[in-house]
Design a protein. Structure first.
Length: 369
């Protein structure tokens, strides 16, 4: 079926006047479709879903549809604008949340007007606004029954299982690379006990199960063109049950690092405490008191463990022959691993400062709720 014919299967307004590729996402093929009726134009985001990664489209779209419907009600009740503050799934003319054409699956969202997504932080305010937006996302979904969500990628942030996979790759050593990474192995095994901390606390129900985004990059926030404020969280493919510390920690891991993820000069790798403080303040402002005392106290640990976990994944892939992450040079995954471990080590050196910043920001946020 031709592209425009597929688009016509959705409940769009008017006739299709233009379709073009949109954005630079690496997972799904994304297009911007424009329609016109009675001289009025409307835009939609049209995507072909990558079923190599998301094999169960019914579960994927059930998660997204249920979460966005819940968000719309919350936003409306608060007097907000649900047309711009959450994704709106456009159903097919048959009322389904995706369309299937043979072995290809498609979906459509309403385009969020007068907004932009950023691939890089232009100013510290951009990082702050992303923190507020992700915190607000957490607050709005605080009473969503997270256990009802499907795990689109099972055990995505199960650090214990990530470590087990590393152990298996190390024992197999299919590429004979283990001898080259003895310092990294030592660094990791010395910290093995703390890797299970969040998983254990979750299992004991000492940390609440929450709706987590699991891809808290800056470009998954739509920024209002006029005000510069983060208005909408997008790319909900990995919305799953999890811990708030996962989303917070991953944001710090990539957003507050002074170096690139694959920097080879480890002297350049450090945690920017100013950016850490900025993000903590923004995130807690957005959360509006929805996090527990336990969650607040473990925010620094969330940052460290997500950094460690990412390093484990890079190291595991390196030992396995670079079969998962795309590489662009020899030892690329090893470089990535070393950067993550260097960042985690710097967090350890700055641990008291991270804790002090977090406690102060939590107290300030509590005073404004």
């Amino acid at each position: 079926m031709e592209q425009q014919e597929i688009i016509r299967q959705f409940a769009v307004e008017g006739s299709i006047v233009n379709v073009c590729e949109h954005g630079n996402g690496h997972i799904n093929r994304t297009y911007l479709a424009e329609t016109e009726r009675n001289g009025r134009r409307k835009k939609y985001i049209f995507q072909q879903i990558n079923t190599e990664i998301f094999r169960d489209v019914d579960q994927l779209m059930e998660n997204i549809t249920n979460v966005t419907s819940f968000l719309r009600k919350k936003i409306q009740a608060a007097g907000g604008d649900p047309e711009r503050e959450t994704l709106q799934v456009i159903p097919t003319k048959e009322g389904k949340n995706y369309f299937r054409d043979g072995d290809r699956f498609y979906r459509m969202y309403q385009f969020i007007t007068d907004s932009v997504s950023l691939d890089m932080v232009r100013t510290p305010r951009d990082f702050y606004e992303s923190a507020v937006a992700f915190g607000n996302f957490q607050a709005l979904l605080a009473d969503y029954p997270a256990a009802t969500l499907h795990e689109t990628i099972p055990d995505f942030h199960n650090t214990v299982k990530r470590f087990s996979a590393f152990r298996s790759a190390l024992e197999a050593d299919v590429c004979g690379r283990a001898a080259k990474v003895q310092p990294e192995i030592a660094f990791l095994t010395q910290r093995e006990q703390e890797l299970s901390l969040l998983v254990d606390l979750s299992g004991k129900q000492e940390l609440p199960l929450r709706v987590t985004h699991n891809d808290t990059k800056l470009n998954n926030i739509m920024i209002d063109k006029e005000t510069g404020r983060g208005i909408c969280v997008i790319d909900l493919d990995t919305v799953m049950p999890g811990l708030s510390l996962y989303d917070f920690g991953d944001s710090i891991r990539f957003g507050a690092n002074t170096a690139a993820e694959d920097e080879t000069d480890l002297q350049k790798v450090s945690l920017d405490l100013n950016l850490y403080e900025l993000y903590v303040k923004g995130y807690l402002t957005g959360c509006r008191g929805s996090l527990t005392e336990k969650e607040l106290s473990l925010l620094p640990m969330g940052a460290k463990l997500m950094t460690m976990e990412c390093g484990i994944r890079f190291l595991t892939d390196y030992l396995s022959g670079d079969t998962y992450f795309r590489i662009h040079r020899p030892d690329h995954n090893l470089d990535r691993c070393r950067t993550q471990f260097a960042l985690a080590a710097d967090m350890e050196r700055k641990w008291q400062q991270m804790q002090d910043i977090t406690e102060k920001a939590a107290a300030e946020a509590a005073a404004t709720v």
